[in-house]
Write a protein that binds this ligand. Sequence first.
Ligand code: EZ4
Ligand code: CO
Length: 408
Amino acid sequence: MTIRSAEVLVSSPGRNFVTLRITTDDGVVGLGDATVNGRELAVAAYLTEHVLPLLIGRDEAMIEDAWQFLYRSAYWRRGPITMAAIAAVDVALWDIKAKVAGLPLYQLLGGASRTGCLAYGHASGTDLDALCVSIQNHLDQGFKAIRIQTGVPGLGQIYGVAGDQRPGQRYDYEPAKRLPKPAEELWDTRAYLRHVPGVFAAVREKFGPELVLLHDGHHRMTPNQAGSLGKSLEPYDLFWLEDCTPGENQEGMRRVRSQTTTPLAIGEVFNTVYDYQTLITEQLIDYVRSAVTHTGGITALRKLMDFAAIYQIKSGFHGPTDISPVGQAAQLHLGLAIHNFGIQEYMKHSEETLQVFRTSYTFENGLLHPGNNPGLGVDYDDDLAAGFEYTPAYLPTARLLDGTVHDW
Ligand code: EZ4
Ligand code: CO
């Protein structure tokens, strides 16, 4: 068979998504996710202008060859836009291969290594009481692992904390509320560092020692501040502290690692294995945060995870709602199959999103499972998608109290 057509589908069912659909001359359809939150049309153009014309007529079964060709023939290497475009092609071709085989994709990746993928949800509250309500909601939904974020006294709205505390309101669909420019938030790292350990103490006191707790620092600390926070959180037994400092300075993580035994997770903004080279070989992290969508697809992330396995580093794939259900399904198949699976981030998509993307993955007793339909197990409804037009939407941006732009 060969690739007959490929289309880039941009839609906004609840939030913006870029989806690639590849169809073979036999009519087999594969889907890939190419969504880069806040920069969606850059990937759409990269695919439409520079990748799609190269796909038509290729043998869709030659996935490794397609990956190497798209990575090496571009001359320009790496970067989030390129790697998301390659990921979309890669995942769509894996979807096709598994459908042709009549198997769920995880079977082609070696089969299931576990009954399901431990998932963590996002609890948040502007204050401790609201946070505890949010944690209880997650426990009621069956979550066994929960990320907790709270407001900081003296600061207003902070990313990762629901602004609207009424039941059913969520912060994650369109954090910038579809403004033409990113919303600005105030940030003060010292105030944050003073506040967070007390929150963990109170949550441990109320919910007990067994609950798996995580926290995201969103790149806002220096390595020294991160080491200090990690140390002060040790009594509360975190599953991980995520993005405690910008990870692109890989050597900076040596400083953090030498200060604390709190497990560390990094990499949701990385796009290749090279971003992790020092972090992995020096065992400076415990979990790889990459998403299939932003790291060149299943082909690349599986190799990255095999490299990490040698150093006892596990997966913790990025799974916010800006990873489409196609991207989430792909990493559930990979997570189910690899030996060094750690945990999977899981924020349920909005009803609109799940109308357009029909999924077959399940969430039960705290575990996600990709389902047993052939391929990825996700279908895309064009008619419904047509009702949700793309609208620019940005993540918020952070400034220090004196107006200085800070790390996001
Ligand atoms: O801010 O998905 O761990 N999860 C996160 C996410 C990211 C957004 C960025 O697109 O940090 O909520
Ligand atoms: Co994060």
